[in-house]
Design a protein around this ligand. Structure first.
Ligand code: NAD
Length: 259
């Protein structure tokens, strides 16, 4: 229960990794604000958090919009009476050969995966500084933030950007007592991978399910990652044991990409 008395805002908290992070931080003792474009899903996760004995609030937010992210942070503080941890988890996949990707597709994934993290860092950093308070900003990166993957070129570029932003923000905010780190999952069995597998099948002619299976077979620990595997590491990053860590984007991938 290392997070008792802390308040965390998690974006993309309606399902998958974000939901698991929200539940894990609540189990660690934090009160949780859930942000997502899908209002129904965050209401369901909020009920799960309340059932754990923690306070929860929801806010419909599109992380690509600065004003909405600022409003989500303000809502968190107003509703839960504090603000300590920002998890910039929301992100989307983009599966396309680089020779075919369109300007609209590039713009969409950049606006959510890169600008979403910039606005999250900005809104959380300003709020923490205005409160004259230490805090933790934690961003969703990926193994694709350390290695570019075929058909995931633009997505990989967005995650390389998250790693750069994590390093720069860590340097800018260290003197304010704010740490900034990222988590880099591998192949997590969420809806995102259902979409990646389906699109890869369309592009390569592979059978549906075959791409996911091929990737999972390449994992040293011999199984796909669960959202809870990721959430356990985010729990560490959010807690006091990570107080002396900043600017880092470690892999949590069961052994896929080694740096
Ligand atoms: P997911 O698609 O299962 O869930 C993403 C959630 O984000 C959904 O609830 C969705 O409604 C929400 N969302 C989408 N766009 C949004 C926006 N503009 N504003 C607010 N919310 C929005 O995805 P996931 O697998 O849980 O991935 C979560 C994060 O982890 C992403 O940043 C992803 O890139 C990263 N990641 C995932 C994997 C994986 O294998 N699944 C691996 C590495 C990194």
């Amino acid at each position: 229960m290392s997070l008792v008395g802390k308040v965390a805002l998690v974006t993309g908290a309606g399902q998958g990794i974000g939901r698991a992070i929200a539940l894990r931080l609540a189990k660690d003792g934090a009160d949780i604000a859930l942000g997502d474009i899908n209002s129904q899903k965050i209401e369901e996760v909020a009920a799960e958090i309340v059932a754990l004995g923690r306070r929860a609030t929801t806010y419909v937010v599109d992380v690509s919009k600065l004003d909405q992210v600022v409003a989500a942070v303000d809502h968190t503080y107003a509703q839960l009476g504090g603000f300590d941890i920002m998890v910039n988890n929301a992100g989307i996949a983009q599966i396309s050969p680089l020779l075919e990707v369109t300007p609209e597709q590039v713009e969409r994934v950049l606006s959510i995966n890169i600008q979403g993290v910039i606005w999250g860092i900005q809104a959380a950093g300003k709020k923490l500084k205005s409160l004259n308070q230490r805090g933790k900003i934690i961003n969703a990166c990926s193994i694709a933030g350390h290695e570019g993957f075929a058909l995931l070129g633009v997505y990989s570029a967005t995650k390389f950007a998250v790693r750069a932003l994590t390093q720069a923000a860590a340097k800018e905010l260290a003197s304010s007592g704010i740490t900034v780190n990222s988590y880099c999952p591998g192949v997590v069995g969420t809806d995102m991978w259902v979409e990646i597998d389906k699109r890869m099948a369309e592009i390569t002619g592979a059978e549906v399910g075959a791409t996911y299976k091929k990737y999972v077979e390449g994992i040293a620990l011999g199984r796909a990652e669960t959202p809870e595997d990721v959430a356990g590491f985010v729990s560490y990053l959010a807690g006091p044991d990570a107080d002396y860590m900043t600017g880092q984007s470690p892999m949590i991938d069961g052994g896929m990409v080694y740096r």
